[in-house]
Design a binder for this molecule. Structure first.
Ligand SMILES: Cc1ncc(CN)c(N)n1
Length: 221
């Protein structure tokens, strides 16, 4: 029988391919992404990661056993520590002061994505929250790997690329996939349906997040 994660991946493959091939990611690989677009992205992403880590903490609290609690509480901690370090480095290089960051409002898409993840992880059952979180891990790894394969040398975005194409991140992704499949094997058909919807919504929001940085999205009013 095909696992939940393989079914979800195949069902959303065209969406992933569109995400992987979008101009923002192609230009990032070539090292020609305009700095103002990466600056927009990294500020929004730092805001996003706080909401993502809170969502992981909600899921940790709902874990079915002690191993789940440890896995997702640890993932929340690693997200904050590792990815914050990456952001701090880019903030310095792109001239983002603590005040710039604190005063930057969440973009429409970032606000939507963070609200969606937090609401789902806080209010929906464990397995549905977990399915909503998987694209945040898996799509980043696959986009990171694709970019890594075609990346230009002397690329100013290489620290970002190395983080998401790297072994440590990949191990965390594999662990989430394994947990989700073992959880899905014990879920009802109704839960599996909700999990697929949650996975797809996050996969859509991943595309929208990069797209919003590409458009330097701001609030109309
Ligand atoms: C929007 C987004 N999604 C996922 C990741 C990877 N944790 C990220 N840094 N940013």
């Amino acid at each position: 029988m095909t696992s939940f994660t393989q079914t979800a991946w195949q069902a959303n493959l065209p969406l992933f391919e569109t995400t992987r091939d979008m101009p923002f990611n192609r230009e990032l690989a070539e090292g020609v992404l305009p700095p103002e677009k990466f600056r927009h992205y990294i500020i929004q992403d730092a805001h996003y990661l706080e909401g993502f880590a809170r969502s992981l903490a909600f899921v940790a609290a709902k874990g079915w056993d002690a191993d789940h609690i440890v896995q997702f509480a640890k993932a929340a901690e690693v997200t904050i520590i590792v990815e914050r370090e990456l952001h701090a480095d880019y903030f310095e290089r792109f001239g983002v002061s603590p005040q710039d960051f604190a005063s930057a409002e969440l973009s429409q898409v970032c606000n939507h994505y963070v609200s969606y993840l937090q609401a789902t992880c806080a209010q929906a059952p464990f397995e549905v929250g977990l399915a909503a979180l998987l694209p945040c891990f898996w799509i980043y790894r696959e986009v990171g790997r694709a970019i890594h394969e075609s990346a230009a040398t002397n690329n100013s975005y290489s620290a970002w690329i190395e983080t998401y194409a790297g072994e440590d991140f990949s191990e965390a992704v594999d662990a989430v996939i394994a947990t989700l499949d073992s959880v899905a094997a014990r879920c009802s058909a109704r839960s599996i349906e909700r999990m697929h919807l949650a996975y797809r919504r996050s996969a859509q929001l991943e595309w929208m997040f990069w797209d919003s940085a590409d458009r330097l999205e701001s609030w109309p009013l």
